[in-house]
Design a protein around this ligand. Structure first.
Ligand SMILES: *Cc1c(COP(=O)(O)O)cnc(C)c1O
Length: 373
């Protein structure tokens, strides 16, 4: 049998494994930060209508620049983000992962580097590798906040071309305040003062669940600052694959240099437009999920676990002597959570109240069986 490494594959891909959260067939799956509520029936009807219309023109290529969709995304951002943006500020792609890939294709690449502050979203490093961008792993404080002095020192020392700031951060749930982002932005520009500066990407995949407002207003007057968003989490549309960015129009121009022609299918555009018509219905579940997240925090503490303060739709909890063994024990109780390989910690997504109850029963039982796990 031919193995991957027998192929003439790029050196940096040899021996690597693909991204993958294990998808096991268990009753309660709280491992991938999805929204647990299916789309409401009226929206499913509207999607069907818009997709039927789009199907009549599938012999043609879709709108290459997704103008109608970007206009609606701009309206959503302007309504909820505390800052007015227009079509020219917004770009859309197949999930925010593709947004990040396009940004790294345009601003990273061979001979260039990107930095992230870990533990954080592992795809930033993986997409960096896939685009030939060098990866620098910055560290966090013990409480998972960004250590501003250490982060600034790392940026000054390594002079990265791209800086990732995930807020709220996956897998810890930690939000980053505007002051820290601005300080890192300034440090990144200063470190690359001999060139046109560095691109700072704020990944706001979970911002709708945050106690804090969006960092969107920070893009004003900062052409090297980009905000990345997704419809996969708060909108409950992970299967749609729709991500977007907000930035200076020049950044939108830059990603258009590397995107594949017609990257966003007519079906995707029609479905996303239908979903955006129902924004208020979709986001109605966000308040419920935030309340469930807060309940998980409270109950986990009451049971005797440590919890990282969360601004997202998930909670990092611990500590465990052996988090993988604890993960397995929770799975044995029928609940799948996420082992992000952060030593001592696991992550649980806020599900429906019934799913969360099942999870809490499982960790209560775990504590009883083995108080120190
Ligand atoms: C889930 C997640 C995304 C979403 O990726 P999509 O490609 O839009 O589904 C992006 N960033 C972070 C930090 C995430 O956790």
């Amino acid at each position: 049998m031919t193995r991957i490494d027998d192929l003439p594959i790029r050196e940096e891909l040899r021996g690597k494994s693909p991204y993958g959260a294990p998808q096991l067939d268990v009753p309660v799956r709280l491992n991938t930060n999805e929204n647990p509520y299916p789309l409401p029936e009226p929206l499913i009807e509207r999607i069907t209508e818009r997709v039927r219309e789009a199907a009549r023109e599938l012999n043609r290529y879709p709108d290459r620049d997704a103008v109608e969709l970007r206009t609606e995304l701009a309206a959503y951002l302007s309504r909820t983000g505390g800052h007015e943006v227009a079509l020219a500020n917004v770009w859309a792609a197949n999930g925010s992962n593709e947004i990040i890939q396009q940004l790294l294709q345009a601003f990273g690449g061979p001979g260039r580097t990107a930095i992230g502050f870990e533990p954080s979203y592992s795809m930033h490093a993986l997409i960096a590798r896939g685009t030939g961008t060098g990866w620098i792993s910055g560290l966090r404080n013990d409480d998972f906040t960004i250590d501003l002095d250490a982060a600034t020192a790392a940026i000054t020392a390594h002079k990265p071309d791209v800086v990732f700031i995930c807020s709220p951060n996956n897998p810890t749930g930690t939000a980053v305040d505007a002051g820290t982002v601005l300080a890192l932005y300034e440090a990144a520009q200063a470190a690359k003062a001999d060139t046109a500066g560095a691109l700072v990407v704020i990944d706001e995949a979970y911002v709708e669940f945050s106690h804090r407002p969006s960092l969107l207003p920070l893009i004003e007057g900062r052409p090297n600052l980009v905000l990345s968003r997704t419809m996969s989490k708060a909108f409950g549309a992970a299967g749609l694959r729709l991500g977007y960015l907000a930035a200076d129009p020049a950044v939108v121009g830059a990603v258009q240099l590397v995107r594949l022609p017609y990257h966003l299918s007519a079906i995707t555009q029609a479905t996303a437009l239908a979903a955006l018509e129902h924004t208020d219905t979709l986001l109605k579940y966000v308040d419920e999920l935030k309340a469930e997240r807060d309940r998980l925090v409270e109950e986990l503490c009451a049971i005797g676990y440590e919890v990282t303060e969360s601004d997202a739709n998930f909670v990092q909890f611990g500590r465990f002597d052996n988090s993988h063994r604890a993960w397995q024990a929770i799975l044995d109780h029928g609940v799948l959570v996420r082992d992000n390989r952060v030593p001592g910690w696991l992550r649980v997504t806020a599900g429906t109240p019934a799913e969360n109850n099942a999870f809490l029963d499982a960790v209560r039982a775990l504590k009883k069986e083995n108080p120190i796990t």
